[in-house]
Design a protein around this ligand. Structure first.
Ligand code: ADP
Ligand code: ADP
Length: 229
């Protein structure tokens, strides 16, 4: 069953075309990696799917809904987005950082249901021990898992991740990929991740979209993509 359907999507920053005629189907409860070199358009594609950017033409459907007609809150109820790791400092504990994920567009919120949800996602990610640590004193790998937990706390069917493994050492990369793979198989979320390492993508994901110069040049199971490249 198709969760995200993209048809003939084009996008440009100003007059520079970046994405050209992208058409893909992302199946429900699958782990899909968008693989490609820097500048291929991976981030731009995730930002279009999260409606941070508006395509110049084409359509994106989430389930049966056209993204064009979805309001910001509706987008947030359907899609959680983990931006590429930045140097943002969260002046709070891990618990509070994840709690903020519950109300991404309202800001602070704090009732018992939200708190319970935060404990649940911290446990799912195996990081409940870190709840009271300060976010900015943790390692890059731990921070990345907390940012994923923050997105999960949003309780959406889809999670979009922009290069969550960049800047991590290989052990933390494997750890983050395993966490996402486990969430997809246990919680039945659909994960769409930008990643530049084909090896990492093919080891963990169900489907790979290979991007080059703003186009999807190949799509399929890792074994199919690897044999046609
Ligand atoms: P990737 O995530 O695959 O590295 P991006 O989607 O970030 O690729 O970028 C695709 C292209 O769009 C690159 O050439 C990049 O320089 C350009 N680009 C990205 N963001 C902007 C922007 N805000 N304004 C203009 N060009 C941009
Ligand atoms: P990514 O490719 O993963 O988005 P970058 O480091 O390329 O990360 O970009 C960081 C920020 O700079 C993003 O917000 C992106 O949109 C913007 N950006 C990237 N390339 C350009 C560009 N050529 N002109 C203007 N802004 C850009």
């Amino acid at each position: 069953m198709v969760k995200i359907k993209i048809r003939d999507m084009c996008f440009g920053y100003g007059s520079t075309p970046i994405l050209e005629d992208v058409s893909v189907d992302i199946y429900r409860s699958s782990f899909v990696s968008i693989v490609g070199p820097n500048g291929a358009g991976k981030s731009t594609m995730l930002k279009c799917i999260n409606k941070i950017l508006m395509p110049n033409s084409g359509d994106i459907h989430i389930d049966e809904c056209n993204l064009k007609h979805m309001k910001r809150m509706e987008v947030a109820r359907n899609l959680a987005y983990v931006p590429q790791s930045s140097n943002r400092i969260f002046p709070t504990t891990v618990f509070e950082t994840v709690l903020m994920g519950r109300r991404p567009h309202i800001g602070w919120f704090n009732n018992e249901i939200d708190k319970e949800k935060v404990w649940q996602v911290l446990e799912e990610m195996g990081i409940e021990d870190l709840a009271l640590c300060s976010f900015d004193e943790l390692s890059g790998g731990q921070q990345q898992k907390i940012l994923i937990a923050r997105a999960l706390a949003q309780d959406t069917g889809v999670i979009l991740l922009d290069e969550p493994t960049s800047n991590l050492d290989i052990w933390h990369q494997l750890d983050v990929m395993e966490s996402v793979q486990r969430l997809v198989s246990e919680k039945k979320v659909t994960a769409l991740m930008a990643v530049h390492d084909l090896n990492l993508a093919s080891r963990y994901s169900d489907q790979i979209l290979m991007m080059k110069d703003g186009k999807v040049v190949s799509a399929g199971k890792p074994s199919q993509v690897l044999t046609t490249e």
